[in-house]
Design a protein around this ligand. Structure first.
Ligand SMILES: NC(=O)c1ccc[n+]([C@@H]2O[C@H](COP(=O)([O-])OP(=O)(O)OC[C@H]3O[C@@H](n4cnc5c(N)ncnc54)[C@H](O)[C@@H]3O)[C@@H](O)[C@H]2O)c1
Length: 353
């Protein structure tokens, strides 16, 4: 590879991400990311793992999420600001990097706001695939914001869910979500209360944003034999489920050290029993053992390995040079020790021009 090749790193902008999704289709993107996730969950022990590095403020959180499989290194920058919506801003935005462990050079820069929605949906689908009762057809989607349509489409394409029952405290969000899902092939039902939304649903996904311990679902609302994806409780002091639901559930998590800080189980004692999702996938631990009696809860907070999988998928998608442009991101002097000289030569080049 020539020196100039090393200086230029593919960058996937928001516009290119949208073009990629429109060319392939949202459901295909999610289904493909789900296969990358499954591959990485199955080799979970070999990854570097750490709870994400969080900088909390009164209004929100900014987090860095690094991991490596020893060959590649990835990280995501992501924020969570529930109050942003009122100001016409997004609750969650993100970007990320994939790099070579061998050289430390970046391999890919990417927008990750849309990619996070795809990967979060694919992760819910992965958990649901392993934990939902057999033959589930109906989901409730509580919280109809930015993530919601992706969550519904993921469960349609990966788990065969055909009916979605929507609820949001803001009816405008439900209207938006129903409008976006019309034509998706799913039967979409707008509901006026959370109780109505979960009627007849075998899968309940909560994906709300509020910077507090909310009770989106209370104990009496949740019957046996359901699977819950709790996605919106992902920060200290920010949960969605009444603790009695958590108490009655078999709880599955990504990385316990992070989930005990951020997930629904932050409400529970330190030794509250949980199962790591990857162990269900490798057959080391049981998942759902009873379709009628058991409540399974995927206490999803979002873990760095999921972003790594999504970045791997994206890197492979843009490896043909489409849907990206090259950024001059790495200073690459002809003589690697002569960084200073490279700057001086640029002055000469500029004055000659
Ligand atoms: N676990 C993960 O990997 C992951 C990834 C991305 C986002 N998230 C979290 O998911 C949540 C949703 O993200 P988003 O981007 O869709 O946010 P958003 O702000 O676009 O949408 C959130 C929606 O929740 C609704 N809501 C708030 N309280 C509610 C309640 N009690 N009942 C019903 N609806 C309620 C709001 O009206 C809004 O429409 C956020 O909390 C975010 O931090 C988690």
């Amino acid at each position: 590879m020539s020196a100039s090749d090393l200086a230029l790193i593919p960058f996937v902008s928001v516009q290119n991400m949208m073009r990629l999704i429109l060319e392939i289709g949202t459901e295909t993107c999610i289904a493909e990311i789900e296969t990358y996730l499954e591959e990485d969950f199955r080799r979970w022990p070999l990854f570097d793992k750490t709870p994400r590095v969080a900088s909390h403020s009164h209004e929100g959180v900014i987090e860095l999420m690094p991991t490596s499989d020893g060959i590649e290194y990835g990280f995501k920058y992501v924020n969570g600001h529930p109050k942003n919506m009122k100001d016409g801003l997004q609750t969650v935005t993100a970007f990320g990097v994939l790099a070579s462990v061998d050289t430390g050079y970046p391999l890919l820069f990417a927008e990750m706001t849309i990619l996070t929605a795809l990967r979060t949906a694919a992760t819910s689908a992965l958990a649901t695939k392993y934990l939902a009762p057999k033959g589930a057809t109906t989901m409730a989607m509580i919280g109809n914001g930015a993530q919601a349509e992706f969550q519904a489409l993921a469960l349609k394409t990966v788990c065969g869910i055909s009916k979605v029952r929507l609820f949001d405290v803001d009816p405008k969000a439900t209207e938006k979500c129903a409008r976006n899902l019309a034509g998706s092939g799913m039967t979409v039902i707008k509901c006026a209360t959370p109780e109505e939304a979960i009627l007849g649903a075998q899968i309940i996904t909560t994906c709300t944003a509020d910077k507090k311990n909310a009770t989106v679902l209370s104990d009496n609302m949740v019957g046996a034999g359901v699977h819950i994806n709790g996605i919106g409780g992902d920060c200290p002091g920010k949960t969605e489920l009444h603790r009695d639901i958590v108490m009655r559930s078999d709880v599955f998590v990504e990385y316990p050290e992070q989930t005990r800080i951020e997930g629904e189980i932050q409400q529970m004692p330190e030794d509250f029993p949980i199962t790591e999702l990857w162990q269900v996938m490798t057959g080391e631990k049981p998942g759902r053992t009873d379709d009628a009696q058991q409540i399974t809860l995927f206490d999803g907070v979002g873990f760095a390995i999921e972003d790594f999988s999504a970045l791997r998928w994206l890197r492979d998608k843009v490896s043909n040079g489409r849907f990206c442009h090259m950024l001059d991101m790495v200073a690459d002097p002809d003589d690697p020790r002569d960084l200073f000289g490279m700057v001086q030569r640029e002055r000469e080049r500029m004055s000659a021009a």
